[in-house]
Design a protein. Sequence first.
Length: 288
Amino acid sequence: MQYIYAVVVIAALLVVYLWIENKNMVVTNYLLEQKKVPSNFHDMRFVCITDLHYNQYGKGNARLLKAINDCKPDAILIAGDLVVTAKPKKVDVAYQFLSELTKRYPVYYAPGNHELKWEQGIGCSKEFYQTFLENLKKMGVCYLNNESITLKKGSDTLIIRGLSLPRRFFAKGKRKVEINVKDIESLTGKIQGDAYEILLAHIPDYFEAYAEYGADFILSGHVHGGIMKLPIFGGVISPSYELFPKYDSGIFKKGRTVMFLSRGLGTHTIPVRVFNRPELICVEIRKC
């Protein structure tokens, strides 16, 4: 009897721990020093958001907004999956959050696989998706669906690109589709060698191709940190059901390219996190 009681108590404590862990984000700060950072963009700070999936941190996302404001960013980068289902009450959560952000900051938002589903009419009507795009525009959100925006300061240029890969690249439980530089260029254009290039690419699996493409700074998500974190092994499983994904979270480097892979702020396919708290990332770029 005592054994059963102990098991019940331990199970209850574990449930409480997981609930607390899933509701309490951490802020991860990075300093990115690169020779290619333009002098006029030295010390520019970005808050990086991925995979919120309608999750809320306090009423109206008050805790999340405070954490963002405390980072004192110059701009907000969103690398997809702010949304999930196409339900008006749910999408209002995203609208409210974005509305608060755009009151204070420029917001650059690239789609993830859930926004891509809406674009293709999966789970929502064409009218719903068009309304979504119109609302983003009204709020002042710069939505980069295989598009780019050029920021100028004096003679210096910084380009932010949003990459949206076709749905076949997100297939669950299937062998990865290969991608090359020409594929990326056909979607979001060629890198301009003299500009500093930021790439918002929701899925991190193709990091080597992104690096070969020539991006300087990549923000990615999608993997949710591998759902469960184990010492040595890292993330256990991705939303695509890949075991021990190569890219789970953290910082990855190849040549002069750096990718920041966020654990994200919400859950979806596997609605739990174990030893894997939600994450908000703040990146400051500096010329070295």
